[in-house]
Ligand binder design. Structure first.
Ligand SMILES: Cc1cc2nc3c(=O)[nH]c(=O)nc-3n(C[C@H](O)[C@H](O)[C@H](O)COP(=O)(O)OP(=O)(O)OC[C@H]3O[C@@H](n4cnc5c(N)ncnc54)[C@H](O)[C@@H]3O)c2cc1C
Length: 419
């Protein structure tokens, strides 16, 4: 038996994640009669897992987005970093900035962020239904009908904030795509982004468990596609670590002619920043994505480095003390030239992204064409879409949560302006 609500809601929000909760705070502040529907028994499971439980919720630097990146930047012009900081300050959340502009709560705990987001909704015009899954939506004359697995509702305004297909264990579903496509919305096929990359590790099995700074370049059809710098984690199944995760979104559907090359110049102690001043890379090596670089760029520098070490070490031990011994063994080749190539362009084949189960976000999603970046209003004037459901994905570093918060806030502000 389905239960019909006694009266229309002014706003229904589908999804109790970052975006839906930010919207609910605004709705509560303006006294908008709101119902938030969340299919899980707990709210915001991705937010709670974010930043290894520390919640890297914003980034103070230049926005770095993919997919409909212009749209994302426009959203963040309309709800700027400073405005988001004010929003969290108004909730009582104390923030701190770390390396690379990453913003965290000072408690270092994601649950503090959730507590603050929930505070305005207590004893307010917002009610929250857990364990209820939205199934379908239907536009009516001046309202929307929502069918869930428990009930049917009519609302004046509907905000779709149900996230993406990524990380299903934490709530990811295809539901939002399935609900929106019958209404004429286009979708850019989602693919896993920000995840580890499986590769043929047979030649490198001894490296299992090793962590090391490297410059990582994805090369497809002999063309450098993307370069990222940071700590790489080696396992039996492949490569991971933030810098590898950042490359995943660039993998094409067919990865047959794609390889990852690792350059260990930073670990070799080569004066990386100075040597790169002449090139298009001039950032410190902990800065993440940089412009795609040629894979043998540092080989000559490494050769000079190796030659200088011949004065203190014999040829077999030339990498001793410069790389972990297992890696040194793999890279030490007969000729110095070959060794220099191996330490600056160690090749990994058989690439495949680790899949949605392990992806922090989905690249792709509902196209933002015909969505207003200042209000998140769609062609249906009472239907709004926010957060990761959209074809926007950000780089590692707080950009994804930042977009989710900003877009949720803008949508709820626009709804509030109607009353
Ligand atoms: C492990 C991990 C670590 C991450 N770390 C960071 C980080 O440090 N910084 C950062 O910026 N980003 C991080 N992200 C990404 C970030 O968490 C997401 O981009 C962000 O949570 C998206 O917000 P959202 O509100 O759009 O979607 P979500 O947070 O996914 O919220 C959507 C909600 O809708 C619910 N839902 C789905 N379908 C239905 C339905 N049919 N009916 C009702 N409810 C439904 C889901 O259960 C979920 O609670 C991380 C993600 C993961 C998985």
């Amino acid at each position: 038996m389905t239960k019909r609500l006694p009266r229309n809601k002014q706003l229904i929000i589908i999804g109790g994640g970052a975006s839906g909760l930010a919207a609910s705070c605004i709705a509560a502040k303006h006294g908008i009669d709101t119902l938030l529907i969340e299919k899980n028994s707990k709210l915001a499971r991705k937010l709670l897992a974010s930043g290894n439980g520390r919640c890297n919720l914003l980034n103070a630097g230049e926005p770095i987005y993919f997919g409909d990146s212009k749209f994302a930047k426009s959203v963040l012009n309309n709800c700027s970093f400073n405005r988001l900081v004010e929003f969290f300050n108004s909730l009582g959340l104390v923030l701190k900035q770390e390396e690379g502009g990453r913003i965290y709560p000072t408690t270092g705990r994601a649950d503090t962020v959730l507590d603050c987001l929930l505070r305005p909704t207590k004893n307010s015009s917002v009610s929250i239904n857990l364990n209820e899954r939205a199934k379908s939506i239907e536009p009516l004359d001046t309202s929307f009908k929502l069918v869930t697995d428990k009930s049917e509702y009519i609302c004046d305004n509907l905000l779709i904030a149900g996230g993406s297909i990524a990380s299903p264990k934490l709530g990811g579903t295809k539901d939002m795509y399935n609900m929106l496509m019958p209404l004429g919305f286009n979708m850019v096929a989602p693919k896993p982004a920000l995840c580890g990359i499986d590769c043929d590790m047979k030649p490198y099995i001894s490296l299992d468990g090793t962590r090391l700074m490297a410059i990582c370049t994805l090369v497809c059809d002999d063309k450098p596609i993307a370069t990222s710098i940071g700590e790489v984690l080696f396992s039996k199944r492949g490569l991971s670590g933030v810098c590898i995760m950042q490359l995943a979104r660039f993998l094409p559907g067919n990865t047959e002619n794609c390889h990852i090359y690792l350059d260990f110049s930073p670990t070799l102690g080569i004066d990386y920043c100075n040597k790169h001043k002449a090139s298009n890379i001039n950032m410190p090596f902990d800065m993440g994505l940089v412009k795609p670089s040629d894979i043998y760029k540092n080989t000559q520098i490494a050769l000079d480095f190796l030659q200088s070490r011949l004065t203190i070490l014999n040829k077999e031990d030339i990498l001793l003390g410069a790389l972990p011994s297992k890696l040194a063994r793999i890279c030490t080749k007969n000729s110095l030239n070959e060794t220099a190539k191996a330490v600056t362009a160690l090749k990994f084949c058989g690439l495949s992204p680790r899949g949605f189960e392990h992806a922090q976000v989905a690249a792709g999603g509902i196209s933002t064409k015909n969505i207003d970046p200042s209000t998140m209003q769609t062609v249906y004037s009472n239907l709004y879409i926010s957060g990761e459901t959209l074809n926007v994905d950000g780089d590692c570093g707080g950009y994804n949560l930042m977009f989710a918060f900003a877009s949720g806030i803008l949508a709820a502000m626009h709804v509030a302006g109607k009353y």
